[in-house]
Design a protein around this ligand. Structure first.
Ligand code: SF4
Length: 299
């Protein structure tokens, strides 16, 4: 089980007075991940029941200033690489093995690929990484999978993948009904599947799936079977998966009925997924202390 430390529970989307960039100690990255938030307006095309973004208060800003974004990221690279980040709480709680820069992740308060600046932002961040000789640092796109086929997004994906990139594509359901219940969006489930299919046929991707207790119930075994069928179907037409990340709520969310699954529930679910997709590594990230409580999400 990956141990939660205070820094894991503190994924605030800002650091100091920064608008676009923030550092986290990420369990899924197993180290420091520098987030690039292309949605400071908090607008998203999903409305996931487990979303931790507080949309009752306005976003910091509507526009994206790529020069400022670059300056913020440069400062965060400086403080991470010289270690001064780890003198500030909650980063001072990070273990020595977590004090390594793993990636720069396009994530944040909404869906990064909806930003019209997405492709240029990827280009600039990749250039900054290259200029600093950080080829081993990954570029990660954490996406709800809704716009993976848009032309301008594909351009950004090409840049991402040419620069040690990974795509972490959300899939939280196996049926349209459960998808609509959990992700609450007007985008049809079929389009999400098609986007994942086409993207995974071109390059291996990571599937990120959050399963939770919603209104007192976890996903049914039939729902997980349908989810496995979707993934097997994508494999069947040549889609490749680098890994499947199964996780649950880990930090407070505005929806009190969105709760973490217990470790044994998540383990049973992971067993079902491993049995259905034996060639794909399945990674499990548990909730806080295996207790039902008001907890997290990470997009
Ligand atoms: S969890 Fe991610 S995709 Fe879902 S509403 Fe929040 S920001 Fe959007």
């Amino acid at each position: 089980m990956t141990e939660l430390i205070p820094a894991h529970l503190d994924h605030r989307r800002s650091w100091a007075e920064f608008v676009y960039c923030y550092p986290v100690i990420s369990r899924r990255s197993k180290g420091v991940s520098l987030g690039v938030n292309l949605n400071p307006d908090k607008v998203c095309n999903f409305d996931c029941v487990y979303c931790e973004v507080d949309r009752t208060t306005p976003g910091r800003r509507r526009d994206i200033d790529l020069d400022q974004l670059e300056r913020e990221l440069s400062v965060l690279l400086d403080v991470t690489l010289d270690g001064s980040l780890f003198t500030f709480p909650p980063f001072d709680s990070a273990r020595p093995d977590q004090r390594r820069l793993n990636d720069i992740a396009f994530s944040g308060d909404g869906e990064p690929t909806t930003a019209k600046e997405f492709a240029e932002a990827v280009e600039r961040v990749a250039h900054l990484k290259w200029m600093r000789g950080l080829q081993e640092v990954k570029l990660v796109l954490i996406t709800d999978s809704s716009r993976l086929q848009a032309r301008e997004v594909v351009q950004g994906l090409d840049t991402l993948m040419a620069n040690n990139g990974e795509i972490w594509a959300k899939l939280d359901a196996g049926t349209e009904a459960y998808y609509q219940e959990i992700n609450r969006t007007s985008i049809p489930f079929g389009r999400i599947i098609e986007n994942i299919e086409i993207t995974a046929r071109l390059r291996p991707i990571t599937i990120q799936s959050l399963f939770l207790s919603w209104k007192g119930h976890g996903p049914s075994s039939a729902e997980i079977a349908a989810y496995c069928d979707v993934l097997r179907g994508i494999q069947g037409i040549g889609g490749r998966f680098q890994a499947i990340q199964l996780y649950t709520v880990a930090r407070p969310t505005p929806e009190p009925e969105a709760r973490p699954l217990r470790a044994k529930e998540l383990d049973a679910l992971a067993d079902q997924v491993r049995a259905a997709l034996p060639t794909v590594p399945v990674e499990v990230f548990y909730g806080p202390k295996d207790e039902l409580g008001p907890e997290e999400h990470s997009c």
